[in-house]
Design a protein around this ligand. Structure first.
Ligand SMILES: [Zn+2]
Ligand SMILES: [Zn+2]
Length: 341
């Protein structure tokens, strides 16, 4: 079986498992409040313990310049992760229809009931370009048409989905990110990708350092069972182990959790981008008839100079090169959600 198919099956299995956990173990609203704090606590603890304790202990024997290099690298990773996390949290892709869009849809549905709003020729021209008519006649009409959101009570274009947590409709909605407490859509998907890219790198880097530190410094002086967080907690409460070991074990387990969740999200994105689909579409088995090249799909997420995003957030200077309302390069869908389910 090709690697891509294995990854796809694994990814969809994890997606369904996370949905099941959200329903049974931790409700979405609670996870949305807890997630950002968990992320901030883990990041601050890692940067602090890493640069003050672990890096000097492990690297001093190889020279002070290597200590400084590792410390600077750690703070660079921390700054990139935090910058992009802030962008994922505060850059929103929510959709509010203009009067013209509401008017045009009413005309399409019932011309005799249309109101008297007058569109400018440019406005009408742009809106008329949205290929509702052709798309609604194809087999993909259920998915690839404008519809009315039952919660927001307004019209929304194709690929715009409602989020029950953010309580808004989001353009090209990918998924809701519980670690940032916001929806990932067409505007902030680039920040989510860069955030995951650096987070993955930082997690592996920190995991190797934390494991080496545990083996060199803590293992000879502590019990093997102390690697289990609840044992460490109980020993900490009864004063049988030091507080420092307890924090390190918790951070180590936190790293493992971020590594597993982040890896699946990152694999998901790497599979989605070449297909030009969102996480919802990918996990529902929807395939698009998309005429864009790979580079056009990348620029639709990252903007003109896509590599620049890995240094500084530039969404306001170089916005995504895509029309998230009309989707002129997409002719419809090859395979729909009904066929998958
Ligand atoms: Zn809505
Ligand atoms: Zn959301």
């Amino acid at each position: 079986m090709p690697l891509k198919n294995v990854l796809t099956i694994l990814q969809r299995g994890c997606f369904r498992l996370s949905k099941f956990c959200q329903k049974t173990v931790l409700p979405q609203s609670r996870m949305n409040k807890l997630g950002p704090w968990l992320f901030l606590l883990e990041t601050v603890c890692l940067c602090y313990i890493g640069t003050n304790q672990i890096i000097p202990t492990l690297w001093t024997r190889f020279g002070s310049s290597l200590v400084v290099m590792n410390q600077v690298f750690t703070w660079f990773l921390g700054a990139e992760i935090l910058m992009n996390w802030l962008c994922v949290r505060f850059v929103t892709s929510s959709f509010q229809p203009s009067l013209a869009q509401i008017q045009l849809l009413k005309q399409d549905e019932s011309p005799e009931q249309s109101t008297n709003y007058m569109m400018s020729p440019v406005e009408e021209n742009t809106l008329r370009q949205r290929p509702i008519a052709e798309k609604s006649q194809s087999s993909s009409k259920k998915y690839f048409t404008w519809s009315t959101c039952k919660s927001c009570k307004h019209v929304r274009p194709a690929r715009c989905h409602h989020c029950n947590i953010c309580k808004t409709c989001v353009l090209a909605r990918d998924h809701h990110c519980f670690f940032s407490g916001n929806c990932v859509g067409y505007k902030n998907l680039r920040h989510f990708f860069v955030f995951l890219f650096y987070s993955m790198y930082a997690t592996v880097y920190a995991f190797i350092h934390a494991t080496a530190y545990y083996c060199v410094e803590l293992w000879p002086h502590s019990s093997a069972l102390e690697i289990l967080p609840f044992v460490t907690f109980i020993r900490n409460v009864f004063g049988q182990s030091n507080y420092h070991t307890g924090v390190l074990i918790l951070v180590w387990w936190g790293l493992g959790m971020f590594l597993v969740i982040g890896a699946f999200q990152f694999i998901d994105l790497l599979l989605e981008i070449p297909e030009g689909v969102t996480a919802y579409e990918f996990n529902s088995g929807i395939e698009l008839e998309d005429s864009r090249t790979l580079m056009e799909k990348i620029r639709a997420i990252f903007g003109k100079y896509w590599l620049l995003n890995f240094l500084v957030p530039v969404h306001f200077i170089f916005p995504p090169i895509v029309d998230p309302v009309n989707w002129p390069t997409i002719a419809g869908i090859k395979r729909g959600p009904d066929e998958f389910l």
